[in-house]
Design a protein around this ligand. Structure first.
Ligand code: IVH
Length: 690
């Protein structure tokens, strides 16, 4: 990266424009879509780079500069708010037995007879984002998300834009302090309308009303929140001063008086059986309600009892969420397709006759893996029961045997990748079958290319995942080696939006700088499954050069041969990793990719300097005599930095004695004890300084 002080004003302006756009995009991905593409550290690096350039060229600061955003540092996003009373979650029950168990617990705790009726308020459990609203002397002063229950995010400005949330409490003299808690949600019809508008504008869509509500509420720019159809239901309280009520039901009445929307289905139930009756009624109406709910909440009505019951862990003993079972439906399985992920994992997907489940049209469902299909004997043409629970991807629960077509055949899971035709293998003990196509498989290509240029691999400055995706889409690159041929496409890139002569020149210079690469980095960059940085270094260290490594890996195809045994014997590499490496080399495509890269690159032999730590880690060294190239304390520091212990005298526990000029008795003692004696040159070689 060009240091800010070396940028020309023209370059600086260009980069500030790029950074403003990029940071804004990441902000949107993070806050609006809840789908970040970069790590927090990478994001922070962009923000810091932007600030450093602005510091050097204050006159070039843009009106849309990320540094000018209101509030806390952009990276931190929202200001934190500590809740005056923690925001709790709820215990769940999934059946009536769980509900009766809840009542029994309440009675036991309060010392009531086993048949004492427990009066509860039953309310729908709204599927949205919970929020806490603080009113002081009747005026709305702060709004916060739940966060971790103790500390949330300050979203006051955003919540002020919701028409459902009163700015000040109507109805008589207000309490000194009132915290109202409830759920921000989106209606299904308004969600659909909003998504349709987004689709028309080519904007990414929200998966469901809950994600849309959460994403829209947690916006740094309240204007965006204001433009979204958000609504609110109030259902509980936090800190209260200067007011009180005896029952939850009274509280709900008060809420309405103050101007809060309270769910119209909430009902006072003298016994738990009344509550269960309401549960069934709500469940039956669920699909036709205007908003998503995922259960019914029961709350002990008497506040004095609530106080006595208190909390256990993060949930009150006086409340229970009775969840709805996942919604199910029957439909025909038209086909099974295979999705290939980044590491080549092949996931079977059910292609269904579209059907509405819980208000959502479902046309695809996951089948998990090949064993799952075999276990349930799922066949193309079958009628299947599918299920959708909340956010979860729809699942195929089982088949309907009576409706099986007479001519159906068991499904055969492909042993070749549908995207590239490469062999797909399944390792012992693994449920997943994987494509071995690696870099040649189009399905894997994008993620692999991203990995190839990533920081610990080729680390090409200015060539991020976004550019890779765009270049790949427009066929400027297809294989890793194409990155090093981008210089032949200079004009095409310069003409692209967001690029100019200077930025292309910078990119090409960054690429040129990476034409020489250490062997271990190169191996890591290939993205072979299970070959991370540590394994890559082990391989580089063991084989030394690219040619030696490649030849040995090709020879290792024979699992009974010496080459395989050598690989398997490397400390830190077991049969599972060895199999993945061999599988990579067994693919002709991968060999071609390697040859192609070799033509473009200089792959440096393993230098050995890093290996020093492996040689020295945990060893005990003694220095004696005068070293020529470094002082004794420097030598000690170097040894310790590499994990060695430095001792003053030689004993049988000493691993090495490093002998400088005029060494005395210690060298003799080492010889007597049979301890390895190193010359200064040996020592320098060992630490990679020779
Ligand atoms: S009462 C101490 N009532 O469900 C009681 N919560 O799974 C706190 N929720 O964090 C919650 N509808 O976001 C309550 N009618 C309702 C609710 C409700 C939805 C959410 C709320 C809570 C979560 C717990």
């Amino acid at each position: 990266m060009v240091p800010p002080e070396e940028l020309t004003p023209e370059q600086a302006a260009e980069e500030l424009a790029r950074l403003a756009a990029e940071i804004a995009r990441h902000d949107q991905l993070y806050h609006q879509l809840d789908a970040p593409e970069v790590s927090d550290a990478d994001y922070d690096a962009l923000v810091r780079r932007n600030a450093a350039i602005e510091m050097r060229f204050p006159g070039l600061q843009r009106p849309d500069s990320p540094s000018l955003r209101v509030g806390a540092p952009v990276a931190a996003g929202f200001t934190k708010v500590t809740h005056a009373r923690p925001m709790l979650s709820l215990d769940n029950a999934f059946d009536e037995a769980g509900v009766h168990e809840f009542c029994a617990r309440v009675r036991r705790f309060l010392g009531l007879p086993a048949d004492a009726p427990i009066e509860v308020v039953a309310e729908p459990k709204i599927d949205g984002l919970s929020a806490s609203l603080r009113y002081e002397k009747g005026r709305f002063v702060r709004g916060a998300t739940r966060g971790d229950g103790t500390t949330g995010e300050d979203i006051t400005a955003n919540l002020r834009t919701l028409a459902d949330i009163p700015q000040s409490l109507v109805d008589g003299p207000p309490p000194a302090v009132l915290e109202v808690r409830g759920e921000v949600y989106m209606r299904r019809d308004e969600f659909a309308e909003m998504n349709a508008a987004r689709a028309a504008e080519g904007k990414p869509l929200f998966a469901n009303p809950r994600n849309a509500a959460a994403g829209s509420t947690r916006q740094l720019d309240p204007a965006i929140t204001a433009s979204r159809p958000l609504r609110f239901f109030a259902y509980s309280w936090g800190e209260v001063e200067g007011d009180g009520w005896d029952t939850h039901w009274q509280f709900l009445e008060r809420l309405k008086g103050w101007g809060f929307p309270v769910n119209p289905m909430a009902q006072l139930c003298p016994t738990i059986d009344d509550a269960l009756a309401l549960y069934h009624r709500v469940a039956a109406e669920r699909a036709t309600l205007p908003y998503d709910i995922d259960g019914v909440v029961y709350k002990v009505n008497r506040v004095d009892w609530q106080r006595r019951l208190g909390f256990v862990g993060r949930a009150p003993r006086w409340a229970l969420a009775h969840k709805f079972p996942a919604e199910q439906a029957e439909t025909r399985l038209n086909d099974i397709t295979i999705q290939v992920g980044r590491t080549g994992a092949m996931t079977p997907v059910a292609e269904l006759e579209p059907i509405t489940v819980g208000g959502v049209v479902v046309s695809r469902a996951t089948l998990h893996n090949e064993d799952e299909i075999a276990r349930k004997d799922i066949r193309i043409g079958d009628w299947v029961v599918i299920q959708r629970a909340g956010d979860v991807i729809p699942q195929v629960v089982n088949i309907v045997p009576d409706k099986r077509p007479p001519d159906s055949r068991p499904y055969e899971f492909p042993d070749h990748c549908p995207a590239c035709g490469s062999l797909a293998i399944r390792e012992p003990g693994e449920a997943v079958r994987r494509c071995t196509g690696g870099l040649i498989c189009p399905a894997q290509r994008l993620e692999r290319l991203r990995h190839f240029v990533s920081r610990d691999a080729f680390d090409i400055e200015g060539l991020g995942g976004k550019h890779i995706a765009a270049f790949l889409r427009d066929k400027l690159i297809e294989t890793p080696a194409d990155v090093f041929r981008l210089k032949d496409k200079t004009t095409e890139i310069e003409e692209r939006e967001g690029w100019g002569k200077q930025s292309v020149a910078n990119l090409l210079a960054a690429i040129e700088r990476r034409r020489e690469i250490p062997l271990d980095r190169f191996i890591y960059a290939l993205g072979i499954r299970q070959v991370g940085q540590v394994t890559a270094r082990l391989l580089a260290k063991c084989y030394g050069s690219f040619d030696a490594w490649r030849d040995a890996m090709i020879a290792a195809e024979d699992p009974t041969g010496a080459a395989y045994a050598d690989l398997d014997n490397i400390e830190g590499i077991g049969p599972s990793v060895a199999t993945d490496i061999v599988a990579f080399f067994a693919e002709q495509h991968n060999l071609e990719v390697l040859e192609d890269l070799r033509r473009e690159l200089t792959i440096e032999d393993f230098a050995g300097s890093d290996g020093a730590s492996e040689t020295l880690g945990g060893k005990t060294l003694v220095f004696t005599g005068t070293l020529e190239t470094m002082t004794r304390s420097e030598a000690k520091a170097r040894a310790e930095a590499l994990g060695a212990k430095v001792a003053a005298s030689v004993s049988k526990n000493t691993d090495y004695v490093v002998v400088g000029a005029d060494a005395g008795s210690k060298a003799k003692k080492a010889a007597e004890l049979g301890v390895t004696v190193l010359s200064e040159t040996d020592w320098l070689e060992m630490i990679g300084e020779a």
